[in-house]
Design a protein around this ligand. Structure first.
Ligand SMILES: [Zn+2]
Length: 432
């Protein structure tokens, strides 16, 4: 049974960080052979129980939960950093031409391998990802995630209109393919399926209706899409669905708002939209590097908290500019400062970290499963080196409390901080 001795970061149920400077993390298999946290806490209190176990001692390192990325596009790995004049030109000139290549299994497999390795290298151990409209892209990503024993959720993109040849799908076939992919992959090992309309403007009423029917038939399958990212996109959605109360209301009209429904961006909302999110249990994937890069706007943290809907952090690569959770947390801090409230918010370092770990897991309906290192959680974690660069070493040595330590890592950290990413290596049973 692996026992680690190191500094240890985890989260209480209320989102507050728990930190042991000299901590113990014990891991072992459950009845199904899945690796879980058996004990986590202060070394002094827990070590007598593990006196006969070999200990991996990691002085100067921090064990922390693996990060959870709530929204990322695996086929946009090579679209990252493409210059474009806002969302719609960026889709037309870079994203759609690139995604058309994923009709080929071999190409999809090559990119999937790089993508998963890049997530793990950056400390991301759970992701909700878009594939493309081609079933081959979904098979490729699930196959690679399964090989790495990673907890990953993805789905075939639905887009049967306003999309060029090569990515546009056929309405009836797209729903048949989605059903078949759910049956093939959902709940296999650590994999989950997400019904994935790209966004309302690229689906016909018929396709959205079919997606909603599948969402009702498979209530533990996820739903993912985009909403209220950019003003031109909102105008377009309102023209195409004039009967809907709002852009978000389109998804509600087609039965696509419920628990496990994750909407990226959620920037330009009114309080009725926020209440609809809260009342249906749908959640937001806040994507700050993407929103800053494409000039889309700022997620309104104060509005979300005032009305009370769930959210967590996401990279949104390739609209987003980095796979690194540290870059995403820092961008979220900027968004809080510059956002829609008059004085600006200072999101606390603990709160930012929670949004990308336990908070994101909670939003996905995976609280107590991933994103934390409390007893019973699946044992996905990162080994962080707070002295990874000369400036980080200098700065973190001067930290007087946990907030100062975490904020130094958020502001100055990147993939160099992630010394190791550990995901459960056991063979799993069949439940997700
Ligand atoms: Zn996106």
């Amino acid at each position: 049974m692996p026992v680690y001795r190191s500094a240890l970061l985890r989260f209480a149920d209320d989102g507050c960080a728990l930190y042991d400077e000299d901590g113990l993390l014990a891991i072992g298999p459950d009845a199904q052979g899945r690796q879980r946290v058996l004990a986590a806490g202060a070394w002094q209190a827990l070590s007598p129980q593990y006196a006969h176990e070999p200990v991996t001692h990691l002085p100067g390192r921090i064990l922390a939960p693996g990060f959870v990325d709530m929204h990322i596009h695996f086929p946009q790995t090579d679209v990252i950093g493409s210059p474009a004049d806002g969302l719609l030109p960026w889709l037309e000139n870079y994203t759609f031409p690139h995604e058309s290549r994923f009709v080929e299994s071999e190409y999809s497999g090559q990119v999937a391998q790089f993508f998963i390795e890049e997530l793990l290298r950056n400390g991301v151990t759970t992701a909700l990802a878009f594939s493309t409209s081609h079933p081959a892209s979904v098979d490729a990503l699930f196959t690679e995630a399964q090989r790495q024993q990673m907890r990953l959720i993805t789905g075939k993109v639905l887009q049967d209109r306003h999309s060029p040849d090569g990515v546009r799908d056929d309405t009836e076939q797209s729903l048949i393919d989605t059903d078949a992919l759910i049956q093939r992959w959902h709940g296999v090992d650590r994999l989950g399926y997400a019904i994935t309309p790209r966004f309302a403007p690229t689906s016909t009423h018929e396709q959205l209706r079919g997606a909603g029917e599948l969402a009702a038939r498979y209530p533990d399958v996820w739903i993912q899409s985009h909403v209220a990212e950019n003003r031109d996109e909102i105008r377009w959605a309102r023209e195409l669905f004039p009967a809907a109360r709002s852009y978000l209301g389109v998804y509600d009209d087609f039965g696509l708002m419920r628990e496990r429904a994750v909407y990226a961006h959620c920037i330009h909302f009114d309080d009725d939209d926020r209440a609809l999110m809260r009342d249906t249990g749908a959640v937001a994937a806040v994507s700050p590097t993407s929103n800053l890069f494409l000039g889309s706007g700022f997620f309104d943290y104060a509005g979300a908290d005032r009305v009370g809907f769930g959210y967590g952090l996401a990279s949104d690569v390739g609209g987003g500019t980095s796979f690194s959770p540290f870059h995403t947390m820092l961008a979220a801090y900027y968004v809080g400062r510059e956002g829609q409230t008059k004085q600006g918010l200072s999101l606390s370092p603990q709160r930012l970290w929670w949004q990308h770990t336990a908070g994101a897991a909670k939003a996905l309906g995976l609280a107590g499963v991933v994103g934390n290192l409390q007893p019973g959680c699946e044992a996905d974690f990162v080994v962080l080196n707070p002295e990874a660069t000369p400036l980080l070493a200098r700065k973190t040595r001067q930290a007087r409390n946990l907030d100062e330590l975490l904020f130094a890592l958020i502001v100055l950290g990147d993939d160099r901080v992630v010394q190791e990413t550990v995901i459960s290596q056991a063979k799993y049973g069949s439940s997700a």
